[in-house]
Design a binder for this molecule. Structure first.
Ligand code: PEP
Length: 254
C-alpha cells in the first residue's frame, strides 16, 4: 500500500517573510488528513522559516534543487549536506524548468538524485515529455531515456527515498491537465520501466506523482487511478485552501 504524497513546488514565488504564515495555514488546513504525506518544497532561502513553522506538524519541507558535490566553488548552488543541516527532508530534482532554463540534463539529474538519496533525503525526480515529443510519437522513448539515465545506479535499496513525478511539460502552469487515462498510461509505463531497473517487487513500492495543473477540481479523478500515488503541485500549492483541497482528495482516494 503506497501512502499518497502531495508536494507543493513553490518555485520562485514566496518570500521568507511570507513563508511561516503559508506553512502554518497548510498545516492547519490539512491536519485532518493523516493518511497523506504533505510536503512544501520551497526556495532554499525560505527553508529555515518553513522548517520552524512546520515543527510539530505533519508537514515536511523540501528544496527545489541540490548540487551533487558536498562543498566547493559552485557559486549559487546548495549541497545535500546543507539541506540536511537546514532540517529539510525532501528535494525536487530535474524539474522541467531546471531542464529548460538552467541546462539540466538526464546526467545531472542522475548525479543530483544519487547525492540526495545518499544524504538521506527523499528525491522527487521529475520526468515528462514536451508537446512536440508527444505529438511526434516519442513519449515512450523520452520517458525510458529519462529513467534509464536519470535513475542509473539507483538500487532497489535506495528506492524508499525515491519518488518519481510524471509532469508532462505541456501541462505545467498551462491549465491543461493530462486526462486521468493519459496520465495513468504513462504512470504504468513508468512502473514497468522501474520494474526493469530495480525489480518488480520494489517498483510496486515506489510512489509516482502526477504534476501539471492539478487542482482541487481535477485531483480526485487523477488520484483514483491505480498508479497515481500523489501530486506535485505548482500554482495550487500557493494557497492553503486549494492545496488542502487536493490533499483532501488524496485522503479520499487512499
Ligand atoms: C510544477 O511546477 O511542478 C507544476 C506541476 O506546476 P502547476 O501545478 O502550476 O502546473
Amino acid at each position: 500500500m503506497r501512502k499518497k504524497i502531495i508536494a507543493g513546488n513553490w518555485k520562485m514565488n514566496v518570500k521568507p517573510s511570507e513563508t511561516a504564515a503559508l506553512v502554518k495555514a497548510i498545516a492547519e488546513a490539512t491536519r485532518q488528513y493523516p493518511d497523506v504525506e504533505v510536503v512544501c518544497c520551497t526556495p532554499a532561502i525560505d527553508v529555515p522559516a518553513a522548517v520552524a513553522a512546520a515543527a510539530g506538524t505533519h508537514v515536511g519541507v523540501g528544496t527545489e534543487n541540490c548540487h551533487w558535490k558536498e562543498s566547493g566553488a559552485y557559486t549559487g548552488e546548495i549541497s545535500t549536506g546543507m539541506i540536511v543541516d537546514s532540517g529539510a527532508k525532501y528535494v525536487i530534482v530535474g524539474h522541467s524548468e531546471r531542464r529548460q532554463y538552467f541546462g539540466e540534463t538526464d546526467e545531472t539529474v542522475n548525479l543530483r538524485a544519487r547525492a540526495a538519496i545518499a544524504a538521506g533525503l527523499t528525491a522527487i525526480v521529475c520526468i515528462g515529455e514536451t508537446l512536440e515529443e508527444r505529438e511526434a510519437g516519442r513519449l515512450n522513448e523520452v520517458i525510458e531515456r529519462q529513467m534509464n539515465v536519470g535513475l542509473k545506479d539507483i538500487a532497489a535499496a535506495d528506492c524508499a527515498k525515491l519518488v518519481i513525478a510524471y509532469e508532462p511539460v505541456w501541462a505545467i502552469g498551462t491549465g491543461k491537465t493530462a486526462t486521468p487515462d493519459q496520465a495513468q498510461e504513462v504512470h504504468a509505463l513508468i512502473r514497468a520501466t522501474l520494474a526493469r531497473l530495480v525489480g518488480a517487487e520494489t517498483a510496486e513500492t515506489v510512489r509516482i506523482q502526477y504534476g501539471g495543473s492539478m487542482k482541487p477540481g481535477n485531483a480526485a479523478e487523477l488520484l483514483a487511478k491505480k498508479d497515481i500515488d500523489g501530486g506535485l503541485i505548482g500554482g495550487a500549492a500557493l494557497k492553503a485552501d486549494s492545496f488542502a483541497g487536493i490533499i483532501e482528495a488524496a485522503q479520499a482516494a487512499k
